[in-house]
Design a protein around this ligand. Sequence first.
Ligand code: 9G3
Length: 566
Amino acid sequence: MRQTQLFANTLRAAPAEAEVMSHRLLLRAGFIRQLAAGIYTYLPLGRRVLHHIERIVREELDGAGAQELLMPALQPAELWRESGRYEAYGPELIRLTDRHQREFALGPTHEEVVTMLVQQEINSYRRLPVTLYQIQTKFRDERRPRSGLLRGREFLMKDAYSFDTSWEGLDRSYRAMYAAYQRIFERCGLATRAVEADAGAVGGQGGTHEFMALADIGEDIIAVCSHCGYAANIEKATSREECNEGMGHHVPAYEKIHTPGVRTIEQLTQHLQLEPSHFMKTLIYMADGNLVAVLVRGDHEANELKVKNALGADTVALADAEAITGVTGAAVGFAGPIGLTIPLLVDDAVARMACGVAGANESEYHVKHVVPGRDFTIERVGDFRNVKEGEACTRCEPGKLRLVRGIEVGHVFKLGTKYSEVLGARYLDANGREQLVMMGCYGIGVSRMLSAIVEQHHDDRGIVWPTSIAPYSVHLIPISMKDETQRNVAMTIYDTLRRRKIDVLLDDRDERAGVKFNDSDLIGLPIRIVVGKDAIHGKVEYVDRYTNDKQLLAIDDALLRVSASN
Ligand code: 9G3
């Protein structure tokens, strides 16, 4: 490809709203352009990378025995009503009506569509198991699209669905997809970690894992054990709390203390000169319209998802100031467990405290010497908090938990019969009895991978594409196309590489060398061949973009090096 013809230019600077590096670099290097918030055009360079990622996904999915199909983005609302999800997803589900006023949704995922397809096509156990997949555009009206392709409103997903006749069968399909995911991410140069995750609204009766691309700008926090293989999304991660102070037997009766204007744990520690771990934080939540109090230790954070799962609630959120004052009789910041009339969820670590300081449910007052179980009843004890860095691993003896950030690039679920039940996907088993198909579903954010790879593969000069997915393998740069020798040598190399089916981008622009090198660093092709003044002696400069190692080589040796690295 000649760069004078390549559509889209590099930009000197990225727009201010582009914050994360991958967003800035993909814009500046000419890989994507924004059409609207969360909606992007993949320019030729970007489309070529997507093509390579898709190729690798197809090779691994086909290799795992899955079959590719392509389902519509336009999905009849009736399907979503039948599965009970039409209302559940609120404004994130993009709805529209056709010219006959019939209602449709733009597909955010395809459980309903694929289950109906299988329900119509398969009625015998002989036709199972089957795993179907597609690489297709999804629509989700994110409230706040951001970080370029990392959180878009129209994006490319590989979504796969497995159909089996038993839990064992589902387990086999799940493991096959899990292993295929590991190979896909490895081949694309993406360092990922599979973590135990929460099944969320998708539900399903089995396990679920997320594949996290390790990156500091990742929205997800994962806990990883330093010793064994335990890794879990913080939403779900547990730890082994060591300290256990036991019941406080000789603790004097609790007493109020005047704490004017002291509302936060930080202010309390200052005021009372006590460690945060001596306090009990009382958080008031609204869960499906009912008020609930959650007690966690002062040095811990409440975990909303664990509270939600414990209550089996659909929505859980911190109550507003008015509700808090209404139920505690005090201003915000003085809530406590004593005298509360709403259900109390007590975190394990609080239940084990000998005594502590809590809000007095009276403005400007706290209470000290509060003993859980003595001064307030403990109806529900459980794990309602986030694990912390350095806590002991629950799965092994010596391990400590580290917290790292990640970008979710894959998610695999064991659905069981959740969709086959509501949509009636049944088959006749060997005894002629009707059974529900056992389903799994498996997603990879293909366009999100593009950004995640750039997050993991860039330096201060630009992108550094892994060879397997680079838009071109070689950046061939004559210093001057006006110089006949350089032009002839460059065209000889160009023609040879193309004859050898090696993707090469020829920078034939009439630009200064500095501009060419800066653009080449930005675009980030793995190999650069510079044709300069040494061309007269039949030598060219071979540059490795990753190591920035430069070597003056005879033309044939340079060509050999290129072939060897592809
Ligand atoms: C919706 C909307 C957004 C959604 C969903 C439905 C996420 C929804 C979860 C999944 C589960 C798996 C198959 C591939 C792997 C992930 N966001 N999910 O179901 F209507 Cl608006 O998509 N689907």
